[in-house]
Design a binder for this molecule. Structure first.
Ligand code: ATP
Ligand code: RIB
Length: 296
C-alpha cells in the first residue's frame, strides 16, 4: 500500500524571542535559524523516518531546491515535486520563546504551495490505486478537489485540517477516513472546547471516520465507530513543540500503512512526538525509528 502526501513545502525562519512581538512593537530576537519545514514536508519526513515509503507531491520555487534535496536525503520519493518558476517557495516566520518554549507563533506565506493545478493533481492520482493512502493538510490550494478525486479512486483519505480556516468547514469531510486534528482545529469544526465533546460531536457528524484529537502535553484521544482510546503524552523536557503534530501524524500514518492496530499506532506516534518536542526546529527534530524504538 502506497502513501502519497500531497502537501506543503516551506522554508522556516525561526526567531528565538523573549516574548511574542506585540502590535506596534519592534522586538530584537536572540537568535535566528533557517530550517526545512511545512506541514507537508515534515509529515513526509516523519513517514520516511518511521520506515515507510512515501511519495511527496507538491510545489516549490527555484529558491527551494535544497528542500527537495533534504527530502531526497530523508528517503522520500520527490519525483512529483514540481518547480514553479515565477513564485517563491512557501515560507513561515516562526517565533519561539527563549525560555520554557511550550508555544510558538507562526506567520505563513503560501507561495508555490498555493499554485497547484488540476492537471498536476490528475498526474499524481494517476499513479495511485484503490486502497492507497493519501495524506493532506491545509497548506496547499485545491484540497477539496484532491479529496473528491481521491475518493472517486477509492483511496484512503487522511486529513490534517491544519492550519484551520473557515474553508475547512466546506470540505467534503464525509469522504475522509481518518481526521487528525488538534484542539484549535477541533474547536473550529465543532464550536466546542472540551476534548470529549469535540470527538463525540465529530464522531456523530462523521460516523465512518476515525477521529484523532491531539491534546499537546495531555496526549491524544481517538474515537471511531467501535471504541474510544486515550493515550497520555510522555513526560519530557520541552524545548520546541514545532512539528510535534507533524511527527505524530507521520508516524501514525506509517504505522497504519503497515497494518499496525489503532491503539499501538497511537502509542508509537505519541512516543515519536515526545522526542520531537525535546529538540529545536521542524523536520530536523523528527526522530528516527531506532530512536523511537529505544525510547519505548
Ligand atoms: P504543533 O502545531 O506544535 O506541531 P499540534 O498543535 O498540531 O502541534 P499537539 O496536540 O500540540 O499538536 O501535539 C501533538 C502530539 O505531540 C501530542 O498528542 C503529544 O503526543 C505530543 N506532544 C505535544 N506537546 C507535548 C509535550 N509538551 N510533552 C509531550 N508530548 C507532547
Ligand atoms: O507544523 C509545523 C509547520 O507549520 C512548520 O514547519 C511551518 O512551516 C508551518 O507550516
Amino acid at each position: 500500500m502506497k502513501i502519497i502526501n500531497f502537501g506543503s513545502i516551506n522554508i522556516d525562519h525561526v526567531y528565538s524571542v523573549p516574548h511574542f512581538v506585540q502590535p506596534g512593537e519592534t522586538l530584537a530576537s536572540h537568535s535566528y535559524q533557517t530550517f526545512a519545514g511545512g506541514k507537508g514536508l515534515n509529515q513526509s519526513v516523519a513517514i520516511a523516518r518511521a520506515g515507510a515509503e512515501v511519495l511527496h507531491a507538491g510545489k516549490i520555487g527555484t529558491d527551494g531546491e535544497w528542500l527537495r534535496k533534504d527530502l531526497d536525503k530523508a528517503g522520500v520519493d520527490t519525483s512529483n515535486i514540481e518547480i514553479e518558476d515565477k513564485i517563491p517557495t512557501g515560507h513561515a516566520i516562526i517565533q519561539v520563546l527563549s525560555e520554557g518554549q511550550r508555544e510558538n507563533c507562526i506567520l505563513l506565506f503560501g507561495g508555490a504551495n498555493q499554485s497547484i493545478q488540476s492537471s498536476e493533481i490528475d498526474d499524481v492520482l494517476a499513479q495511485t490505486k484503490s486502497g492507497d493512502i493519501i495524506l493532506l493538510q491545509n497548506e496547499i490550494n485545491a484540497v477539496s478537489e484532491i479529496i473528491e478525486k481521491s475518493y472517486k479512486k477509492g483511496l484512503r483519505i487522511v486529513l490534517n485540517p491544519a492550519p484551520f480556516d473557515s474553508e475547512i468547514r466546506n470540505l467534503p469531510l464525509d469522504k475522509i477516513d481518518i481526521l487528525i486534528l488538534n484542539e484549535t482545529e477541533g474547536e473550529g469544526l465543532t464550536n466546542h472546547r472540551d476534548p470529549q465533546t469535540i470527538v463525540d460531536d465529530l464522531a456523530k457528524k462523521l460516523p465512518d471516520c476515525t477521529v484523532i484529537l491531539t491534546l499537546g502535553e495531555h496526549g491524544v484521544m481517538c474515537r471511531d465507530k467501535t471504541e474510544l482510546i486515550k493515550i497520555p503524552a510522555k513526560e519530557v523536557e520541552v524545548v520546541d513543540t514545532t512539528a510535534a503534530g507533524d511527527t505524530f501524524i507521520g508516524y501514525f500514518v506509517a504505522e497504519i500503512s503497515q497494518g499496525t492496530e489503532l491503539e499501538q499506532a497511537l502509542i508509537t506516534a505519541t512516543q515519536a512526538a515526545a522526542i520531537c518536542v525535546t529538540r529545536r526546529g521542524a523536520a530536523v527534530s523528527i526522530p528516527t525509528r531506532a530512536e523511537v524504538t529505544n525510547a519505548i
